[in-house]
Every structure is written in structure tokens, then in C-alpha cells.
Design a protein around this ligand. Structure first.
Ligand SMILES: O=C(CO)[C@@H](O)[C@H](O)[C@H](O)[C@H](O)COP(=O)(O)O
Ligand SMILES: [Zn+2]
Length: 197
């Protein structure tokens, strides 16, 4: 009986990935967001990433690909996850508000010409919305990885990667694939078309 559940869930994951692959606007947004991020990095900018729960893990996972490596050795690329400094996060949450968890860090370390990526399956997490607003005020390019039609964050993002699903776990699974691809494209644009072939 549980074997059926395993198969059914895998089928739903595959169906979401297939819809994702067939979504031309999404494919275009991933490619353009990655190209813009590489250009920002080439000009000395950095990528900041934030998310809650499983998406916090995604933020750290993607940041690690940039700072360490994805598949091929190369120099480190400028990227930081805003989900890792427990002292800063508890102080911000305790002294100000959970909603400011990421925006305060963007205010602290962000600069004009940087890129901020917010990951939210609902597209509505207040601390992500606030960080996107903060980024826009500072001249920082905004990328949104979301689902559920994009939610409120869609209006705050220069590039919207909206997975066509309303199921958090399946949106997250597609996000991870699209995060790896995003890193791969940034590498190709940053180091040249022959990189990684
Ligand atoms: O990983 C999961 C569910 O798969 C959860 O931890 C999930 O990330 C959390 O409920 C988040 O708080 C959801 O936030 P969001 O994706 O709507 O921004
Ligand atoms: Zn999860």
C-alpha cells in the first residue's frame, strides 16, 4: 500500500517538473535572471538569497554551489545566504520583528548593483516581501522563485520564476532543479560559453 503512495507522489513530482519544463515564461525568466546575476557579479556585485523552512535550506544549498562549486572547479563566486547567522536573526527577530529578518540583513550588507533572490512557495511570506521592498529601495535587482501564481512577491520581482503548482513540496522540488540550472547558467555567462563543457 505504501508503495502506491511512493509511486503516486513521484508521479506528482514528475508532473510538476514537466509543467515547469513546458512553461516558456518560467524558462525564459530563469535564463534571464541568471544572465543578469552573472553581469552583476562581473561588475563586482554579489547574490544574496533568502527563504523560510525548506527554502532556507535551498538558500544555503544554492549559496554553497556558488562559493564552493557545482560540478566543475573554478574560482569562488560572490554569494551569501541570509539564513545562516543565528545571532543576527535572533537579534533582529527579538528586537525588531520576524518580518525584518532578511530586510535588515539586506540593509546591512546589500549595495546598489547586487542581486537578491527570494524563495517562497506561497509567494507571500512577509519577511521575503519586506526584503524585496528593501532591495528595490537600494537599487538591488530582485529575483523571485515562487509558486501559487507568484503571490504578492511577483509585483516586487524583476524576474519571476513561478512554478506552476500549488503544492509546497512539489514547488520546492522544482525550485531545487531550477536553482542548480540557475547556477550553471551564471557560471557559463561569467566564465564564458566553453566553461563546463
Ligand atoms: O519545507 C517545508 C514544506 O515542504 C516547510 O518547511 C516550508 O518551507 C515552510 O512551511 C515555510 O515557512 C513556507 O514558506 P513559503 O514557502 O510560503 O515562503
Ligand atoms: Zn520540505
Amino acid at each position: 500500500m505504501m508503495n502506491d503512495l511512493v509511486r503516486r507522489q513521484l508521479e506528482m513530482s514528475l508532473a510538476t517538473l514537466e509543467r515547469t519544463r513546458n512553461d516558456e515564461a518560467l524558462v525564459d525568466a530563469v535564463a534571464r535572471a541568471a544572465e543578469a546575476t552573472a553581469q552583476a557579479m562581473l561588475r563586482g556585485g554579489k547574490l544574496m538569497i533568502a527563504g523560510n523552512g525548506g527554502s532556507a535550506a535551498d538558500a544555503q544549498h544554492l549559496s554553497a554551489e556558488f562559493v564552493a562549486r557545482l560540478t566543475v572547479d573554478r574560482p569562488a563566486l560572490r554569494c551569501v545566504a541570509l539564513t545562516t547567522d543565528s545571532s543576527a536573526m535572533t537579534a533582529i527577530g527579538n528586537d525588531y520583528a520576524f518580518e525584518q529578518l532578511f530586510s535588515r540583513q539586506v540593509e546591512a550588507i546589500g549595495a546598489r548593483g547586487d542581486v537578491f533572490m527570494g524563495i517562497s512557495t506561497s509567494g507571500n511570506s512577509p519577511n521575503i516581501l519586506r526584503a524585496l521592498q528593501q532591495s528595490r529601495e537600494m537599487g538591488i535587482t530582485t529575483i523571485g522563485y515562487s509558486g501559487n501564481g507568484g503571490g504578492k512577491m511577483a509585483a516586487l520581482c524583476d524576474y519571476n520564476v513561478i512554478v506552476p503548482s500549488e503544492t509546497t513540496m512539489h514547488i520546492q522540488e522544482s525550485h531545487l532543479a531550477l536553482e542548480h540550472i540557475f547556477c550553471m547558467i551564471v557560471e557559463r555567462c561569467y566564465f564564458g560559453p566553453e566553461f563546463g563543457r
